[in-house]
Design a protein around this ligand. Sequence first.
Ligand code: TPP
Ligand code: MG
Length: 766
Amino acid sequence: MLGCIQQRVLWLACRMIHEANQRSGGEVKVGGHQASSASMVSIMTALWFAHIGGEDKVAVKPHAAPVYHAIKYLTGELDRSALTTLRQQGGLQAYPSRTKDPDVADYSTGSVGLGAVAPLFSALTRRYLDTHFAPRPSARFIATVGDAELDEGNIWEAIADPATEGLANFTMVVDLNRQSLDRVIPDIQAVRLQRFFADAGWHVAEAKYGSRLTAAFAEPGGEALRAHIDAMSNEAYQSLFALEGDALRKKFLDRADAAVRGLADPLDDEALKTLVTDLGGHDLGLLIDTFAQCDAATDRPSVVFAYTIKGWGLPMAGDPMNHAALLTAEQIADFRAAVGLDVPSEWDRFEPDSPEGRWCGSVGGDINNLPSPSRPILPVPAAAGPALVEGTVSTQEAFGRTLTRLGSVDGVADRIVTTSPDVSISTNLGGWINKTGVYAPRERDDHGGAERLLKWAPSPSGQHIELGISEMNLFMLLGQLGLSHEHHGEQLLPIGAVYDPFVLRGLDAFIYGLYNGSRFVVVGTPSGVTLAPEGGAHQSTITPSVGAELPDLVYSEPAYAAEVDWLLCDALDRLGHPDGESSYLRLSTRPIDQRPFGQVLDRLGEVALRDLVLAGGYRLAEPHLTEPGVTLVTTGALVPEALAAHAELQAEGVASSVVHLTSPDRAFRSWQSANDVAIASAGRRRPPNHLQSIVPAEQRGWPVVSVHDGASHSLAWVGSALGTTQVCLGVDRFGESGTIADLYRLTGISCDHIVNAALMAAAPAD
Ligand SMILES: Cc1ncc(C[n+]2csc(CCOP(=O)(O)OP(=O)(O)O)c2C)c(N)n1
Ligand SMILES: [Mg+2]
């Protein structure tokens, strides 16, 4: 019965892809992966129809999306009308999608390697929740991955991290078809890969030979047959799939000894092919048993190496060039007939009262996904503490203080979980860790250092998850912590702290988390050339653009302690809102005099100033002169330079004002939506362009000088938003070690540079 179901799954997957390509107007190739889908069809049939239950979560190999949809159609979750919408706008996505497919995938996949470990970090999230809140029902986490995905280093970073140790409810199933996109992998060395997993403490299982081959191995000459198959190169073995009759026999028996020949001779051509291509990854019974074996390994994660055939059951089976190959119309017609369908019935489900129909119905009742309820709104305060108006403090210190204070807020404190790739102390998480402790599934020895300044003391109640130095792991974990409500029914407020330049090291995983609809806060600190003595290898320049340009993320760059407090509280609050998003705070270790902020606070009052800080920025210094001047626009650590330049310009008789963009991203977006034609033509009121609303009308025509401890391009839109000309100062070269003054001079963002740029900009054109 499962064999019959898997054949229908394969048919529907191929037909879906065929349909999508028929629709193509020839504009661009539509594509779809029939061979990659075929390779996974037995594994996925065994999983969904004989292994998983409703609580279990599975990441599907990106190129097997059609198989997933075919299964979800047969179990009743997906409507028939969806099957003809593959790769069409509003239809089924090319790769499994959590956020866009109607049969919501547990994990989006597409960038190979990430889906392979997303469920591992999900299992870690579950383990964390089980020790902090009421235990959830037990659940298994499974990743189905292509063998070439194992080339991606992020997989090895994930399995090597002690944080993922002992996650026995995770299983990775490797679709070992010995082919990638371009080639038959000459030496996949499955044994070596298996050793890597075993050395990381995993349970390693294999589904290598199907039951026919296993039976043949037990016969006289069987051992020789096994040795002969094992000794064949991947290319030679793979080529058997394209051969028939005598050609296959010749190829297979090339260099075979008498014992192997003795076994092959009595078999007719078809029987020989069936035997020698009988791989475990297409043996449903064996797969089901192997998955059960993995469940029985209750102290460590498991990996299954399932030997498969790319293009299994299709004319393109094993062809080295089959990755993007498509069945012809004629081959589709043959396939349809072979499944016992005709054109009117080709998209049908099984008859409901057939054994297959009954099985699909009963499985579907359990495993079909329900839409997840919206996230709860937690009582995050507007501020964690009183606004600081004097003294000198860096935004990084302010972050540490705010977080520690939030550790005393009821209903919020226990939901915060922090994580860092071995930089918790240097990103100022120390106070928070002292308060809440480090997380470990079991009590471990404290190693707070000789002075015991830091209470490290790993325990199940700790709220900081320390990772090794892998920024990919940081973002993979944040991505899964930020889906805690969707996957596990408990809302968490995840905060990750990382050196700002190394945000880029984890960028694909960062994007992956956002693309999955996850919600988390990233603190990139320290940042920029302001971290002067640390030198060029640690000085970030392009991260502001990453923050501003990524969808579903707000990037902010505060300068003052109260701004950090308000922005962090707002960021945590917005994690739960239906129209909310993730946040990225770019911070610095530069101590900053808080008095100028105190003056604005006196002038505007806390409520109004906070609103401006959250909306994107405010005017920090006003012109003392009445004649036309220059608007200085800055963000973050360069506020003191802008204020100093302002004072100098005033002294030289040039009027200037200083705008501090606490979130260049929000200010930019308000300008974008102010220009949004769709909003205007729908007759809705356009939101104000934030910059225009904070710069008085008579000053909007003043030239702008923008200055940023980041690439000059990142604020280059400000002049346009105000309708005026602009000079952009920023860091457009790699840095080096020095003092802050050295680095600002070197990179052209010092007070002098601002003054000179302003004088030039303000001078009447010749
Ligand atoms: C990060 C990333 N790099 C490259 C690709 C392009 N790509 C798509 S499939 C593929 C090969 C996949 O081979 P394998 O994982 O063995 O899957 P199979 O199709 O053989 O099942 C590549 C390189 C991608 N999707 N993601
Ligand atoms: Mg492969």
